[in-house]
Design a protein around this ligand. Structure first.
Ligand code: PCA
Length: 324
C-alpha cells in the first residue's frame, strides 16, 4: 500500500515537473499590413524562428492586415495588455511625441545607408520613450523610399492643390497642409477601398504599399522622389516579456536581431521589384520634375526646422550626429 502511494506520488511529481518545464506561452501579434507584404512575411519568419528555437514553448499567432486591431490601435492594445506583441509604424505616433517623426521628414535621410545611420543615432531616444510606456522595442525595419502617387500627372507641388490627399501619419497630413491638399487619414488596409470610392486622389507611400493596394486601378502616376524611409518596429509588452524564462527571452532577442537584418535587406531588394510591378500594371514611374523635387525639398526644410524646434537640444544632437 505504502509502496503504491509513493509510486503514485513520484509519478504525479514528475508529471508536474514535466508540465512546468513545458508550460506553453501564447502571444497574439496584431499587425497592420497584408499577408503578402514583406514586413508581414518577415514577422511570420520571426514567429516561426521562435517556435522552433523554443521547441514550441512560445507560440506567436500573427493577425495581419489590421484584422485584430487596426494599424493605429496596435500600440494602445499592447500597452493595455489586449495584445502581447505587435507591429507599428513609429511615425504614426508623432502626435504623442515629436521624436517619433524623425524618420518621416522629407529629404533628411533618403537612401538605405542614410536611413540606417539615422536609425542608429535615434534608436536610444526612441526606445527610451517606448520603455517609459511599458513597451520594449524588439527590432525595426524600414519601408522602401516614399514617392508621390497621383491620379493625374503633376509637375510641381502646386499641381497638388485641392487633391484628396491620403495621410498615414501626422507628417503626411502636414505635407497636405503645406501643398494645399485636403488630408484624410487612412490606414494602408483601407487604401484600396478609399481609392475605389474616390475619397483619395493623391498620396505618398512606397512602391510596396502601391503594389499591395493595387493602386493602378485608379492611380496612373508614381513620382519616385525618395523623400524618406519610415520604419516599422515590433514592440512587446514589457510585462509579457518579463514573464518569459531567461532562455526564452534570449531566443526572442536572437530572432529579433535576425529579423532586423533580414528586414533591412529584403526592403532594399524588393524596392526594385515593387516598382517593376507598378510599371507592369500600366503605371508611369518617373523621377519627378526638377520643380516637383525642389518644391518637396523646400517642404522638407520647413519640416526639419519645425521638428528641431519641437524636440529641442535632444533633436538637434540627433541631427548633428546624423550629419557628422
Ligand atoms: N507604407 C505604409 C507606411 C509607409 C509605406 O510605405 C502606408 O502607406 O501606410
Amino acid at each position: 500500500m505504502l509502496k503504491t502511494l509513493v509510486a503514485v506520488g513520484a509519478a504525479s511529481a514528475m508529471l508536474f515537473c514535466g508540465s512546468a518545464a513545458y508550460a506553453q506561452t501564447k502571444w497574439d501579434m496584431p499587425t497592420g499590413y497584408p499577408a503578402g507584404n514583406f514586413h508581414t512575411e518577415n514577422i511570420r519568419q520571426f514567429a516561426a524562428d521562435i517556435d522552433k528555437a523554443s521547441a514550441g514553448k512560445l507560440k506567436i499567432t500573427v493577425h495581419d492586415g489590421g484584422s485584430l486591431f487596426k494599424a493605429n490601435e496596435i500600440k494602445r492594445a499592447v500597452q493595455g495588455g489586449q495584445a502581447d506583441i505587435g507591429e507599428i509604424i513609429i511615425s504614426g505616433f508623432s502626435n504623442e511625441d515629436p521624436m517619433f517623426a524623425i524618420d518621416a521628414i522629407p529629404f533628411l535621410a533618403t537612401s538605405y545607408p542614410e536611413a540606417l545611420k539615422l536609425a542608429k543615432v535615434s534608436k536610444a531616444a526612441i526606445d527610451a520613450r517606448f520603455a517609459k510606456q511599458g513597451l520594449k522595442v524588439l527590432y525595426n525595419v524600414p519601408w522602401p523610399p516614399q514617392g508621390i502617387f497621383s491620379a493625374k500627372p503633376i509637375n510641381s507641388a502646386a499641381d497638388l492643390k485641392g487633391a484628396k490627399w491620403r495621410a498615414y501619419n501626422p507628417n503626411t497630413s502636414r505635407i497636405a497642409q503645406l501643398v494645399g491638399a485636403q488630408p484624410v487619414t487612412i490606414q494602408a488596409a483601407e487604401l484600396t477601398q478609399a481609392l475605389a470610392t474616390g475619397a483619395v486622389t493623391a498620396f505618398m507611400t512606397s512602391g510596396a504599399t502601391g503594389y499591395d493596394s493595387k493602386v493602378w486601378e485608379q492611380v496612373k502616376y508614381y513620382y519616385e522622389v525618395n523623400a524618406w524611409l519610415p520604419k516599422d518596429i515590433v514592440i512587446v509588452s514589457k510585462k509579457a516579456f518579463d514573464r518569459l524564462d531567461k532562455p526564452t527571452q534570449d531566443i526572442v532577442l536572437k530572432a529579433a536581431a535576425a529579423a532586423e537584418t533580414r528586414g533591412w535587406k529584403t526592403s532594399e531588394e524588393k524596392n526594385v521589384w515593387y516598382k517593376e510591378q507598378l510599371v507592369k500594371n500600366g503605371m508611369k514611374v518617373e523621377a519627378g520634375s526638377e520643380q516637383l523635387r525642389a518644391d518637396f525639398k523646400k517642404i522638407g526644410l520647413t519640416m526639419i526646422a519645425d521638428w528641431t524646434t519641437q524636440t529641442g537640444a535632444e533633436g538637434q544632437a540627433i541631427i548633428d550626429a546624423f550629419r557628422k
